[in-house]
Design a binder for this molecule. Structure first.
Ligand SMILES: [Zn+2]
Length: 447
């Protein structure tokens, strides 16, 4: 029942493109990265980043050349397996010719020394990636911003572990998506080292630098902490005061939280939208008002730790599997805390969507509509339709099993529909065809 999409050819060795139907210019063929070790030295005032990146990768084809994604920066040295390698730059690609070709199925290491003023990657969604704040910097990379701060194979299907050390002026707090393993202070600078063992796509890695207070949010069932500007601590305390309850509620629906801890960062500047990273969410100062106005966004971003981060889109067509679940989590939280029921939220959004236009396929929205609100709400409605069809007794175990069985794995819509039908023990072709693969709105699922 999935529409046939052309199956792209396997990239040739050194191919500077991925097989992504939406963003083929991001990601590269011929290898998979296993581990990134990044040593970064950053100065806030001049916005200057000097980095040493060591990538451990495995070739999937013989490689006489290979490509990485990197935007900006001067390169001082590129080496493959310790030998200096020739390289050229075109646009946001780094092309490398190893001194000795890498045979197929071989582990190899690429070392790159680079420096410059990091700047976000311009694109159809605006400027994305490493960006300066009034006093510090942030990284918000979804979907194409990672090459703004490190050389990478920038595609969600290439997921690796990370070790990131950031040295910067001591007054600044450095929050990196990972577990803090050391913090060493010298005369005027501090080096913060983090490790991220879970397989993580480049776009979900993030560095947050600012003058933040560290606040504990919860110690059970998951350690949660926050980095917050001192001036916002009081309203933040109220707005994010129910994180423990939100975590327990979402674990009840989706199973165990997939990472070691959860970190909330609030920047001292306003942000258009909060953004998820691996084990972390980033909010703007404008999302803190002391009245819990944006609590649903706190729920949405936490839900992404299961749907989007642990379960990662195999390619960008599958984005509704992130946003539909995160949207439905908002409605479930409302229902669980005595607010409006998920059915009431679904009904309201159904009525709003009924006014039209209904002009995207949820399961294949097209690159320009990946982040369209219509996809978010109809994605949530799709899950509500599934819940109505199956009943709570079958729907909630299914969602929990999906999140648990695909933990830390790439996912596709086809895998979800196949899994769902097998779990439910019945054909749901009509439901998925109507909600995911048809533009006009189906009838509202019976309440
Ligand atoms: Zn989202």
């Amino acid at each position: 029942m999935s529409p046939k999409s052309p199956r792209p050819a396997v990239p040739t060795p050194g191919a500077d493109h991925s097989t992504d139907p939406y963003l083929p210019e991001h990601g590269n063929g011929g290898y998979q990265v296993e581990h990134y070790a990044l040593d970064l030295d950053y100065r806030v005032g001049p916005n200057r980043l000097a980095g040493q990146a060591s990538l451990t990768a495995v070739s999937t084809q013989p490689l006489s050349r290979l490509s990485l994604d990197l935007s900006g920066f001067r390169l001082d040295r590129v080496a493959v397996d310790g030998r200096a390698a020739k390289f050229t730059r075109t646009g946001e690609k780094l092309h490398i010719r190893p001194a000795r070709p890498v045979p197929v199925n071989t582990r190899f290491q690429v070392d790159i020394r680079y420096a410059g003023n990091p700047a976000p990657v311009p694109g159809r969604w605006g400027d994305i990636g490493w960006d300066e704040l009034t006093n510090g910097s942030l990284v918000a990379s979804q979907p194409i911003g990672a090459p703004s701060w490190f050389p990478c194979n920038d595609h969600p299907s290439d997921r690796a572990s990370y070790r990131i050390a950031v040295t910067t002026d001591s007054p600044y707090s450095v929050q990196v998506t990972g577990n803090l393993v050391s913090r060493r202070r010298r005369a005027s600078t501090t080096t913060w080292t983090y490790e991220r063992p879970e397989p993580t796509p480049s776009y979900l890695m993030s560095v947050q630098i600012g003058q933040y207070d560290e606040v504990s949010l919860a110690t059970s069932p998951v350690r949660q902490r926050a980095a917050v500007p001192a001036r916002l601590r009081k309203p933040f305390g109220r707005d994010f005061g129910r994180q423990e309850q939100i975590m327990k509620t979402l674990e009840g629906y989706f199973g165990p939280y997939p990472f070691g801890e959860y970190v909330v960062v609030v920047t001292d500047d306003a942000l258009d939208d909060p953004i998820e990273a691996q084990g972390m969410s980033i909010f703007g100062a404008n999302h803190v008002d002391g009245r819990r106005t944006y609590e649903r966004l706190a729920v949405h971003e936490l839900a992404h730790q299961w749907f989007g981060n642990s379960l990662t889109v195999a390619d960008w067509r599958q984005i509704w599997l992130n946003e539909g679940f995160a949207t439905y989590a908002e409605w479930l939280w409302s229902e669980a805390t005595g607010g409006r029921s998920a059915a009431a939220h679904a009904g309201e959004w159904y009525d709003r969507l009924s006014a039209g236009p209904n002009d995207i396929l949820v399961a294949d929205p097209g690159v320009d509509r990946m982040f369209d609100p219509q996809l978010y709400k109809r994605g949530g409605l799709t899950l509500h339709a599934l819940r109505q069809r199956l009943g709570d007794d079958r729907f909630f175990p299914l969602v929990r099993d999906w999140a648990t069985m695909r933990r830390h794995s790439p996912v596709t819509t086809e895998q979800f529909t196949t899994f769902t039908e097998a779990h439910a023990g019945e054909s749901l072709t009509d439901l998925f065809a109507a909600w995911l693969w048809t533009k006009p709105l189906p009838l509202f699922p019976a309440r």
